[in-house]
Design a protein around this ligand. Structure first.
Ligand code: XUL
Ligand code: CO
Length: 443
């Protein structure tokens, strides 16, 4: 049985190829600084957008035509697993990610839900034995069902807290069973709408209690995957607690959780928080907390999480610059938390979209590597801060200065000279690298 009959295995054909169902830049075996592109990029497909997304929006019904649509309940779940592995293999991706509810329907009670999950987990495990595709991460959906109306671990209702704990407990068992490289916590409705009805302190304390219990349980069952928090500032709640990397890091530090978590940085969440994608990656990186990436892009004209497939080469280049400087993503990867537009409703669009995203990151990887090799930004930045490598600047960074010493220095040196930041020059250089790297590559 084939779900994507019109598509054969997607191959790298190089930049001259006119075949829409081929990679032009992503060459999984190509070596870049000692690692293959596949090892650098560790692409993942997200189960929810690709196999459960239907194109519906607040104004209209579903538009997607999917070859598994005629099934329902557990038959639908099984058909999706078959389709998913056909898709992973045809696209030649090494990873996938899912929420519990993406892979198995909820039953009429928690026991039935567990049974559904167990049977699909066994099926996925079986497919994973013969497939290259492995589990980058799984997570629990604690935002769709009405029981999560006031949140999950930050709900005002202790019964919901308990139910959420049961879901994450099961999720960690599945993570262990399937060898998930990471386990993700995205605070779906962990936030608030109004302080008028909210005990902010109790909700934050409870969230920390919940994370500590998850850490303890993973230890108890011997699950050694990396825990990741995925920050997002708003949507669905008005104020999400894991607002951005800096806020979530402060939370982890306050509750002594910093050693157990890293961040899953999502491009569109960064822009919703008023940051660039590279800002969030840099904040995570400089704190040793960059774990994984949800690769997508937003729309500057829209104020919500549009989850588009990444195609902006400037952004993929600056993202890969951070990832390379982080020495890669370790157990993490680049998960396409991205959906085809409502108008792109045919199954082939799922392939076109992923090819576009994979090629965009492959270009970003090559250009970023070149920028690093040629020290285009590093030399400039080093020079820009050289006042801290000698004299009074050196005293400051070595802890040999205090206000008395600095005042005495300033009194003698008040004719300050600054130098240009040369932002426009640097942007022009990046453009040059973007265009020239590929002009010179012959395939
Ligand atoms: C929502 C989002 C989630 C997480 C996993 O904005 O990004 O899909 O990635 O729960
Ligand atoms: Co995401």
């Amino acid at each position: 049985m084939s779900y994507f009959k019109n598509v054969t295995n997607i191959q790298y054909e190089g930049k001259e190829s006119k075949n829409s169902l081929a990679f032009k830049y992503y060459n999984p075996d190509e070596l870049i600084n000692g690692k293959t592109m596949e090892e650098h990029l560790r692409f993942g497909v997200s189960y929810w957008h690709t196999f459960t997304g239907d194109g519906s929006d607040p104004f209209g019904a579903s538009t997607m035509i999917r070859p598994w649509d005629h099934y329902s309940k557990m038959d639908l779940a099984k058909a999706r697993v078959e389709a998913a592995f056909e898709f992973f293999e045809k696209l030649n991706v090494p990873f996938f990610c899912f929420h519990d509810t993406d892979v198995a329907p909820e039953g009429s009670n928690l026991i039935e839900t567990y049974e559904n999950l167990d049977s699909i987990t066994a099926m996925i495990k079986d497919y994973m034995k013969t497939s290259k595709a492995q589990l980058l991460w799984n997570t629990a959906n604690m935002f769709t069902h009405p029981r999560f109306v006031h949140g999950a671990a930050t709900s005002c209702n202790a019964d919901v807290f308990a139910y959420s704990a049961a879901k994450v407990k099961k999720g960690l068992e599945i993570a262990k069973e399937l060898g998930a490289e990471n386990y993700v916590f995205w605070g779906g409705r962990e936030g608030y709408e109004t302080l008028l009805n909210t005990n902010l302190k109790l909700e934050l304390d409870n969230l920390a209690r919940f994370y500590h219990m998850a850490v303890d349980y993973a230890k108890e069952i011997g699950y050694t995957g990396q825990f990741l928090i995925e920050p997002k500032p708003k949507e669905p709640t008005k104020h999400q607690y894991d607002f951005d990397v800096a806020t979530a890091l402060a939370f982890l530090l306050s509750y002594d959780l910093q050693d157990h978590f890293k961040f899953n940085v999502e491009a569109n969440h960064a822009t919703l928080a008023g940051h660039t994608f590279e800002h969030e990656l840099r904040m995570a990186r400089i704190n040793g907390m960059l774990g994984s990436v949800d690769a997508n892009q937003g729309d500057t004209l829209l104020g919500w999480d549009t989850d588009e497939f990444p195609a902006d080469l400037y952004s993929t280049t600056l993202a890969m610059f951070e990832i390379l400087n982080n020495d890669g993503l370790g157990k993490g990867g680049l998960n396409f938390d991205a959906k085809v537009r409502r108008g792109s409703f045919e199954p082939e669009d799922l392939f076109y979209a992923h090819i576009a995203g994979m090629d965009s990151f492959a270009i970003g990887l090559k250009v970023a590597q070149k920028l690093i090799e040629d020290r285009v930004l590093d030399d400039f930045i080093e020079e820009r801060y050289n006042s801290f490598t000698e004299g009074i600047g050196r005293d400051i960074v070595e802890g040999k200065a205090d206000f008395h010493k600095l005042e005495a220095y300033a009194l003698q040196n008040d004719a300050i000279q600054n130098r240009s930041g040369r932002q426009e020059l640097l942007k022009a250089k990046i453009n040059q690298y973007l265009l020239e790297s590929f002009a010179n590559v012959r395939v």
